[in-house]
Design a protein around this ligand. Structure first.
Ligand SMILES: [Zn+2]
Length: 231
């Protein structure tokens, strides 16, 4: 059976209006990464970090999934094999585009996490300092997102999927954030064909068998059409 493993990054959400820490202007430009996206930053000023993620939650709630998200959901539904979607994105646009079983390796804006007891729950739209964990009462609740310097989630499951992949695709990823940047090498070792779909070549583009350049809302639907057309 064929198995497609897809890694998506910020590039697939960019056309839905969600910026990243590399963009100029927007939410990220008003802050330093060290202040709002590291455990040390949260320890220093949790109120600032909560404000930042509250604003990201508002922004993400307004964003609509685009043609690239919809195409991947269609692939998951119609491909006569397994399609695994792994995303670095903390938005829920794959899900609102119709995808199922999305692996959020960097967590999700929709979640809250208690580092004292590892309990996870649905985040309120606004989190504040001192809110007690519903399980243990500790007042250290944080957004359930993986920050710089922290280990991404579900790595064992992801490596198991990569070991079984017959096709690996990286969509809208910079190729600069590890361990995701190394997934292509795992897939190649498993004998998978590899393809990158990106606005411009990533730093790791030369590792891929094929590179398709252009906006995700154009390249992803036509790539999916090709995979679904009878061979
Ligand atoms: Zn707790």
């Amino acid at each position: 059976m064929e198995k497609i493993v897809i890694l998506t990054g910020a590039g697939i959400s960019a056309e839905s209006g969600l910026g990243t820490f590399r963009d100029e202007g927007g939410l990220w430009a008003q802050h330093r990464i060290e202040d709002v996206a590291t455990p040390e930053g949260f320890a220093r000023d949790p109120a600032l970090v909560h404000r930042f993620y509250n604003a990201r939650r508002v922004q993400a709630a307004k964003a609509k999934s685009n043609a690239a998200h919809a195409a991947l959901a269609r692939l998951q539904m119609d491909f006569p094999g397994e399609v695994v979607i792994v995303t670095q994105n903390v938005d829920s646009l794959h899900e609102s585009g119709g995808a199922e079983h999305v692996i959020h390796m960097h967590g999700t804006l929709a979640g809250a996490f208690c580092p004292a007891c590892n309990h996870r729950w649905a985040s309120p739209p606004e989190m504040a300092v001192g809110e007690p964990c519903p399980a243990c009462g500790a007042a250290t609740a944080r957004p359930d997102v993986v920050w710089f310097g922290e280990m991404p989630y579900y790595m064992d499951a992801i490596y198991d999927h990569l070991a079984e992949a017959t096709l690996f695709a990286a969509i809208g990823t910079s190729g600069q954030v590890y361990p995701a940047a190394a997934f292509v090498h795992e897939a190649l070792q498993s004998g998978a064909r590899t393809v990158e779909l990106n606005l411009e070549p990533s730093t790791g583009a030369s590792s891929f068998d094929e590179v398709i350049l252009g906006p995700a809302t154009e390249t992803v639907p036509s790539w999916v059409d090709g995979l679904l057309s009878p061979r």
